[in-house]
Design a protein around this ligand. Structure first.
Ligand code: AMP
Length: 419
């Protein structure tokens, strides 16, 4: 147990972390270009925030929260997602008093007590954005297109964008009514959870993954068929804007987010080739959420993309992530005097921005060369007694094996110029 991490968690080791750095670099770039500023919030929040902000009839809250009591007897929860935290910060710091919209992004770990399987972890990472303060359908299209642009920049192919409109508090009661009528008499064929959802939140039955529930809800009335004029017009416009920039989508009327504060647009992105856990991102509008959490009525929309699943899809699709060379110069001294001299050179090289390494194990020259090779060093500087006596160092270009003798007082300048 001591030597095994908790179930559903992953170590990101050297050799893998470079892939994460690559994702993080693209995240920073794209957010700068789309005008999002980073927000960082605590990893844990008051449990109440997620009960209200994610919804107590969602799977995440019903089954998957990491909730604990701290020493002051407060109920706290490791964040299962970020929207609620971002909304809490927006309200707490009165960001609504600033010129709107407020556009924020985040990247970091989320925690869900999920049934662990490939692509489903208990600690996983999301990149997401939130836009607070605009109900304009062009923002929906912008947010969706940003997610698609992100996947595109990573080189991902064969993705499916599913979109739907889940309506609003004006039209949803009609849908709920029709859905209840449709499901009445079929309750005994639903799973226990869905039976309890029938009264509390029947819309959630539509996206239950149980086969029996799927069969029962086949042909059930959809939110799209019940949209009010405002929601219908909004959805038409979102589609028009997506069409205008050539983003393909599939209308998926089973894509639901069953809570009152989720409104209008809902979307999800699937990668066909990563198996059962094919959703690599999703999002939608939540025009009622900020008010629900205690702020002034303010529309909002966002997405959250799962980074583990994105990396798995990239791997599956054979996308190579460029790994930067970590060592420009390897110093290979032989003997104490050469080591002292090399140590000074090492210090100067590092201060001038070069990635430099020195032997730490008093190895033979042969072993040092082997190690330098492993580090993919571009150059090795060999300094032994003989070289010291002659006031030179041997500099080997590891790419072509060419070796040159450079005067010690020229060495730093010489090394600073190599690329
Ligand atoms: P959600 O907040 O549930 O809409 O999730 C957004 C994205 O996060 C999903 O599309 C997945 O890519 C990812 N995700 C959600 N739950 C997990 C999990 N338990 N393990 C890994 N990735 C997850």
């Amino acid at each position: 147990m001591l030597t095994t991490g908790p179930k559903g968690t992953n170590d990101i080791l050297p050799g893998q972390v470079e892939k994460w750095h690559f994702l993080e670099k693209i995240i920073k770039e794209i957010c700068r270009e789309y005008g999002y500023a980073e927000i960082r919030t605590p990893i844990f929040e008051h449990t109440e925030l997620f009960l209200r902000g994610v919804g107590d009839t969602t799977d995440v809250v019903e089954k998957e929260m990491y909730t604990f009591q701290d020493k002051g007897k407060r109920s706290l929860t490791l964040r299962p997602e970020m929207t609620a935290s971002a909304v809490r910060a927006f309200v707490e710091h009165k960001l609504y008093a600033q010129p709107l919209p407020i556009k924020v992004y985040y990247e970091g770990p989320m925690f869900r007590y999920a049934n662990v399987q490939a692509g489903r972890y208990r600690q996983f990472h999301q990149f997401g954005v939130e836009v607070f303060g605009s109900d304009d359908p062009v923002v929906d299209a912008e947010v969706i297109s940003m997610a698609m642009d992100f996947y595109n920049r990573l080189g991902l192919r064969d993705l499916e964008l599913h979109i739907n409109s889940v309506g609003c508090p004006v039209c949803r009661p009609k849908h709920r009514e029709e859905l209840r009528k449709f499901l009445a008499g079929k309750l005994d064929r639903l799973c226990a959870l869905c039976r309890s959802r029938y009264d509390r939140n029947p819309m959630r039955i539509l996206d239950c993954k149980e086969e029996a529930c799927r069969l029962v809800s086949e042909g059930a009335p959809t939110t799209l068929s019940c949209l009010c004029d405002d929601c219908r017009e909004h959805f038409e416009k979102v589609k028009n804007y997506l069409d205008a920039i050539g983003i393909e989508y599939i209308i998926d009327d089973r894509l639901v987010r069953g809570l009152d504060y989720y409104t209008k647009t809902a979307f999800e992105i699937m990668a066909a080739d990563i198996g059962a856990q094919s959703s690599i991102g999703g999002g939608g509008r939540y025009n009622g959420l900020i008010e629900q959490v205690g702020g002034p009525p303010t529309p909002g929309i966002g997405f959250a993309l799962g980074l583990e699943r994105i990396l798995a899809t990239m791997e599956r699709q054979g996308i190579e992530i460029p790994v930067e060379n970590r060592c420009d110069i390897y110093l290979a001294p032989l003997g104490e005097e050469a080591k002292l001299k090399s140590f000074r050179i090492l210090d100067i090289l590092r201060r001038s921005g070069l990635a430099a390494e020195i032997d730490n194990l008093n190895r033979s020259l042969k072993a040092q060369m082997k190690f330098a090779n492993r580090l993919k060093a571009k150059y090795v500087v060999i300094l032994g007694e003989n070289e010291l006596n002659r006031g030179i160092a041997a500099v080997r270009n590891m790419a072509d094996g060419q070796q040159e003798e450079i005067a010690l007082d020229e060495l730093i300048n010489y090394l600073k110029k190599i690329d």
